[in-house]
Design a protein around this ligand. Structure first.
Ligand SMILES: [Ca+2]
Ligand SMILES: [Ca+2]
Ligand SMILES: [Zn+2]
Length: 426
C-alpha cells in the first residue's frame, strides 16, 4: 500500500485556514504546479500572506510535489471559446430579469412569486431563492418549482421584493458582493420572473440553482457537516473555470456540467476525499494519479448531481468542446488507458453507482457508500480509493470487474490485504 503524502496533514481542520503556520502556506505557493494563475492571484485575499511566506521558502521540487494543490486548472474543460467570449459585465451586482409578468389571482389575500429560466431542454425552476421585503414577517423561499407564496397578505398591499444570490452555504457573486435583483409584488397577483438561457440574469440564476440543487441533494444523501464555510461562485471569470483557495470561478453560468465539475472540486476539498494534483490536464490523456483522481471525482460529482443514474448514454454536454459530448457510461476507445486518466476515473466511479447495466457492470452502490468510504481519507489515487471501497462495502470480484471494464488494465490484485498494482497505477 502506498504511503499517503498527506498523512502529516491528517488533523488539519481546514485546508486553507488563515491561521495556518506560515510553513504550510509557504509549501503550497512554492509548488510550481500549484501556483495560482494571475487571475486567481488577484482574487485571493490570501495572496499577500502567501507571497510573504514564499520569500522565506526553500522546498525541493520533490517535497513540493507531495503537497496539496488548492488550485485546479480546467482550461481543457472550458475550451477556448468559453474563456474568451466573456468580458466583465457592466451592471455591477444588480441583475435585470429578462421578463416580469404579473397576473391577477382569483383570491385577493395572497400572492405568488415564481422564478424560472427557459432552456432548450425546457423550463428550469430556480430553487432556494431567499425573498425579502418590508411587508414580510419572515423571508420567503422558492420551492422545487421555483415558487414562493406570500400568504395572508392584506388585499391591495404591495412591496418591493429583494433577492440576493446568497444563503448560509452558497454565494454567487461578481467579486465579493452577491448578485441581487428586486421587483414589485402586489397582494392578489402572481408574478413570474423569467430568465433567458444565456443572458446575464439566466447565467447567474443557472449557477445558483445548480449549486443549490446539488447542495440539497448532498444534504439529503450524506448531510452537510463537512461544509464549514460559505462557498462563493465568482462569475463571470475571464480566466476560465477553476477552483482556487476555497472559491469556485466560472466563465459560463449556462454550462451546467462545468459549473458542477468546479463545485465538485470544492466538495472534494471540504470532504477531504482525496489529494489534489496540480497542473494542466487533458481529459483524454494520462497524468499523475492524484490529478486523475481529483479531476475524475469532480466530474463524477457533476454526473451524480445532474444525470439520471439509469441513463444508457450518460454524458456531459459542454465540457471539453473539442471532445464533446464526453460520454461517461461508454468511454471512447482512444482515451488513454489506465487509472491515471480522469475520464476513466469518472466512468469507473459512475459504474459503481449507476443503475444501467453495461457490459460486465451490474453494480448499483449508492453515492453515500462511496462518500463514506472516502470521506476524510485524502486518497492519493483511484487505486487507493478502490482499496477503501473494498475495505468498506464491495467485494474484490465486483471491483475487479468494473475496474477492468473502465481502465482496460488488469484488475486489482490483493495479497494478504495489501494492494498490489502495476507500477503505473500509482
Ligand atoms: Ca459504463
Ligand atoms: Ca453500474
Ligand atoms: Zn477540474
Amino acid at each position: 500500500m502506498p504511503t499517503s503524502p498527506f498523512d502529516s496533514f491528517e488533523d488539519e481542520p481546514n485546508l486553507f485556514p488563515l491561521t495556518s503556520p506560515l510553513s504550510y502556506l509557504t509549501k503550497q505557493i512554492d509548488n510550481p504546479a500549484a501556483r495560482p494563475k494571475p487571475e486567481a492571484m488577484k482574487k485571493s485575499s490570501h495572496f499577500l500572506v502567501l507571497m510573504l511566506a514564499a520569500l522565506s521558502a526553500s522546498l525541493t521540487a520533490a517535497e513540493a510535489s507531495q503537497l496539496l494543490s488548492p488550485v485546479t486548472e480546467d482550461s481543457d474543460l472550458s475550451g477556448a471559446t468559453g474563456i474568451e467570449s466573456q468580458s466583465v459585465l457592466p451592471f455591477g451586482t444588480t441583475l435585470t430579469p429578462d421578463s416580469v409578468v404579473a397576473e391577477d389571482l382569483a383570491t385577493s389575500d395572497r400572492a405568488w412569486i415564481k422564478v424560472i429560466r427557459n432552456t432548450k431542454n425546457g423550463v428550469q425552476p430556480i430553487v432556494g431563492l431567499v425573498i425579502e421585503g418590508s411587508a414580510l414577517d419572515a423571508p420567503l423561499l422558492t420551492d422545487e418549482t421555483g415558487t414562493a407564496e406570500w400568504s395572508n397578505c392584506a388585499p391591495r398591499t404591495t412591496f418591493r421584493a429583494q433577492i440576493k444570490l446568497k444563503n448560509t452555504h452558497l454565494t454567487v457573486a461578481e467579486d465579493s458582493e452577491p448578485y441581487r435583483f428586486s421587483f414589485q409584488v402586489n397582494c392578489g397577483t402572481s408574478v413570474t420572473l423569467t430568465a433567458n438561457e444565456d443572458s446575464p440574469f439566466g447565467q447567474a440564476l443557472s449557477i445558483w440553482t445548480l449549486a443549490e440543487s446539488a447542495r440539497r441533494k448532498l444534504n439529503s444523501t450524506v448531510g452537510l457537516d463537512y461544509w464549514t464555510r460559505n462557498l462563493t461562485f465568482i462569475w463571470p471569470e475571464n480566466g476560465g473555470d477553476y477552483y482556487s483557495f476555497g472559491t469556485v470561478h466560472i466563465s459560463r453560468g449556462d454550462h451546467w456540467d462545468v459549473v458542477l465539475h468546479e463545485m465538485g472540486h470544492a466538495i472534494y476539498d471540504m470532504g477531504k476525499i482525496g489529494a489534489f494534483g496540480g497542473g494542466q490536464h487533458k481529459i483524454d490523456e494520462c497524468y499523475s494519479p492524484a490529478l486523475a483522481l481529483s479531476e475524475g471525482w469532480a466530474s463524477y460529482f457533476a454526473a451524480w448531481a445532474a444525470i439520471d443514474l439509469a441513463d444508457p448514454d450518460a454524458r456531459f454536454e459542454f465540457m471539453v468542446p473539442r471532445r464533446a459530448p464526453i460520454r461517461i457510461e461508454n468511454v471512447p476507445a482512444d482515451v488513454c488507458k489506465g487509472p491515471t486518466n480522469e475520464w476513466r476515473v469518472t466512468a469507473f466511479l459512475w459504474d459503481l453507482i449507476d443503475t444501467h447495466v453495461d457490459g460486465e457492470d451490474t453494480t448499483t452502490e449508492g453515492f453515500q457508500k462511496l462518500w463514506q468510504a472516502l470521506r476524510g481519507s485524502r486518497s492519493a489515487s483511484i487505486g487507493a480509493a478502490t482499496q477503501k471501497f473494498k475495505a468498506s462495502f464491495l467485494p474484490q470480484e465486483d471491483l475487479n470487474r468494473v475496474w477492468e471494464q473502465n481502465f482496460l488494465t488488469s484488475p486489482l490484485q490483493f495479497d494478504s490485504d495489501v494492494l498490489i498494482l502495476a507500477p503505473n497505477h500509482f
